[in-house]
Design a protein. Structure first.
Length: 134
C-alpha cells in the first residue's frame, strides 16, 4: 500500500497529462526565453510561462539516501529498504529535484548521465524520476 498519492489540480493538469504519456515538460518564459523546472510558475520577465517538452536527459548533481522505509515500492532502491532522491541538471539547463531509481546508491557519481523514467506511486499521477543512462 502506498504511503502517498500525487494528484493533479488545474495548474498541474498539462504537466500530468504529459507525464501520463511518458513525456517530461519544463517551463519557458515567452519574454526572455529562460527555461525553468516544472514547479516554477513565474519569471522575473513574465507572469505566465509556457510548457515545453524536455529531452529527458541530464546529469546527476547531488543525491541523498533515505534509510527509512520507502513511502512506496516505486521509490525503493534495488535493496528495497532505502530510497534515493537527488538533483538532476537537465540537458536544457534547469535543475529538478527527483527520485533516483534503478540505481544502487553506492554506484552513483556526480556527473553521471541520467535519463527520465516515469513512476506511478500509489494509484495517483505518473511522476518523473531519473535513472542512470544506459
Amino acid at each position: 500500500m502506498s504511503g502517498f498519492r500525487i494528484e493533479r489540480d488545474e495548474r498541474s493538469a498539462e504537466f500530468y497529462d504529459a507525464t501520463g504519456a511518458d513525456r517530461l515538460l519544463i517551463r519557458r518564459c515567452p519574454v526572455c526565453g529562460t527555461l525553468h523546472p516544472p514547479q516554477v510558475a513565474h519569471c522575473v520577465d513574465s507572469d505566465t510561462l509556457e510548457w515545453q517538452e524536455a529531452d529527458g536527459t541530464g546529469t546527476l548533481i547531488a543525491w541523498a539516501v533515505d534509510h527509512s522505509a520507502p513511502l512506496d515500492p516505486a521509490l525503493a532502491a534495488p535493496d528495497g529498504a532505502t530510497a534515493v532522491f537527488g538533483f538532476v541538471e537537465l540537458t536544457e539547463g534547469p535543475w529538478m529535484q527527483v527520485p533516483i531509481v534503478d540505481a544502487d546508491p553506492a554506484s552513483l557519481a556526480v556527473g553521471a548521465a541520467m535519463t527520465v523514467r516515469f513512476i506511478r506511486p500509489g494509484d495517483g499521477e505518473a511522476i518523473p524520476a531519473f535513472a542512470p543512462a544506459g
